[in-house]
Design a protein around this ligand. Structure first.
Ligand SMILES: Nc1ncnc2c1ncn2[C@@H]1O[C@H](COP(=O)(O)OP(=O)(O)O)[C@@H](O)[C@H]1O
Ligand SMILES: N[C@@H](CCOP(=O)(O)O)C(=O)O
Length: 322
C-alpha cells in the first residue's frame, strides 16, 4: 500500500480552495503504487488524482515531469494532465509535501498479461517517444548505469541482509555489472523515455489501451532502453519463463510507428540486461531498507535477477523474436 502521508479533510478542503475544480465529494487513499502517496478525489466537477510526492522524486524536478505530461497530453497521448490551481501553478504543497492534482484516467491495468496487450503497448511506447521529441527540456536518468554500482554498494552495506535474501547475490550482481556497464551502448537514438512502463502503469478498457500513468521516473535516455524495460516487465510468465510471442508482438507494435535501426536491435540484449539490473537493484535496496510495518508492499528483487539471467544468456536480438 502506498499512502505515506495522511491528509485530513480540513487540510484537503483548504488545499482545494486554491483550485477551480469544484467542491469535495469523496476522497480516499489508493493502496497501489510504491513511490508516492496517491488519493482518488471526486469533486462536483469530476474525478481526479491527488499525488503527494514522497520518496525518490526530487521536488526540483517536478516541474519537468508535470511539463512532460502536459506536453504529451497536448500531443494526443492519453496520460494524466496536471491541473493548475487558480494561479496557473500545478505544483503546490499539502501536509508538508509537494503535491499536484491530475486528471483521472479511465481503465484498469492488466492483472494477467495477454498477447493482445502487447501490440498496443508497443505502439503507445513509440507514440510517447515520438511525441516527446518536441519537449525541449532534458532530464538525465538518475537511475542509469552510472548509478548502479553505488546502488549495489548501498545494499551491500548490509551484506547479511543481501545474503539472507539470496546466497551469493552480491557477487552475482557485481559480476553482471562488470559485464554490462562497459558494454553499454553510447550512440543509440535518445529522447524522453517513460522508464517504468510496467503493467501497473498502463490502463486498458477491454483490448483498448486507454492511457499511461506514473511519469516520475521519466528521463532523457536511450529510446530502446524503454523497450528493454517493457520486455522485462511484460514478457515473462509468472514462472519467469520468457514469452517470445509477447516480445515479438510488442516490438511489432513499436516498429509500426518507429522502426528500430540495426544498432538498436542488436543492443536489445545488453539494454535488457541493464533494465533487469536497474529493477533488481532498486528492489533490493527497498527490500533491505523498508521498515517492517511500512504501508507499502515490497517487490521481490529475485524476480528481476531471474530475468537478468535470461538476458545474460541471450545471444542476440533473435532471443526477442526479431
Ligand atoms: N491519472 C490516474 N488515473 C487513474 N488512476 C490513477 C491515476 N494515477 C494513479 N492512479 C492510481 O493510483 C495507483 C498508483 O499510482 P502510481 O502513479 O503507479 O503510484 P506510484 O508513483 O506511487 O508508484 C495506480 O495503480 C492507479 O490505481
Ligand atoms: N516498477 C517498479 C517499482 C516502481 O513502482 P511504480 O508503482 O511506480 O511502478 C518495480 O516493479 O520495481
Amino acid at each position: 500500500m502506498a499512502v505515506y502521508t495522511d491528509v485530513s479533510d480540513e487540510a484537503l478542503s483548504a488545499f482545494l480552495a486554491d483550485y477551480d475544480i469544484g467542491g469535495l465529494v469523496a476522497f480516499r487513499g489508493i493502496a497501489e503504487g510504491v513511490e508516492n502517496s496517491n488519493f482518488s478525489l471526486r469533486t462536483t466537477t469530476g474525478d481526479y488524482i491527488l499525488t503527494l510526492y514522497e520518496k525518490r522524486v526530487d521536488p526540483l524536478e517536478l516541474p519537468w515531469f508535470l511539463g512532460l505530461m502536459r506536453h504529451l497530453a497536448a500531443a494526443g497521448l492519453s496520460c494524466p494532465l496536471p491541473v493548475a490551481g487558480s494561479d496557473g501553478e500545478p505544483l503546490r504543497e499539502l501536509c508538508g509535501r509537494p503535491a499536484a492534482i491530475t486528471t483521472f484516467l479511465p481503465g484498469v491495468w492488466p492483472r494477467r498479461i495477454k498477447l493482445d496487450h502487447c501490440r498496443p503497448l508497443g505502439a503507445a511506447l513509440a507514440r510517447l517517444h515520438l511525441a516527446g521529441r518536441t519537449y525541449a527540456p532534458r532530464r538525465a536518468n538518475t537511475l542509469g548505469p552510472t548509478s548502479w554500482t553505488r546502488l549495489l554498494d548501498l545494499s551491500l552495506a548490509r551484506p547479511e541482509a543481501v545474503e539472507a535474501l539470496s546466497p551469493g547475490l552480491g557477487g552475482t550482481l557485481r559480476a553482471a555489472l562488470d559485464a554490462i556497464v562497459p558494454a553499454w551502448p553510447r550512440d543509440l537514438p535518445t529522447g524522453h523515455i517513460h522508464a517504468d512502463l510496467f503493467p501497473d502503469n498502463v490502463f486498458f478498457l477491454g483490448a483498448h489501451l486507454s492511457g499511461l500513468i506514473d511519469f516520475y521516473f521519466a528521463c532523457t535516455d536511450i529510446l530502446a532502453y524503454d523497450i528493454a524495460i517493457c520486455l522485462n516487465a511484460w514478457c515473462f510468465e509468472p514462472d519467469l519463463s520468457f514469452n517470445i510471442s509477447r516480445a515479438r508482438t510488442l516490438l511489432a507494435g513499436y516498429e509500426s510507428l518507429r522502426p528500430l535501426s540495426a544498432a538498436e536491435r542488436s543492443a536489445l540484449p545488453v539494454l535488457s540486461q541493464g533494465a533487469a539490473m536497474r529493477f533488481t537493484l532498486t528492489r533490493l535496496y527497498d527490500w533491505i531498507n523498508t521498515p517492517s510495518g511500512a504501508m507499502v508492499t515490497r517487490k521481490d528483487p529475485r524476480d528481476y535477477l531471474r530475468r537478468l539471467r535470461f538476458h545474460l544468456a541471450a545471444g542476440d536480438e533473435r532471443a526477442y523474436g526479431l
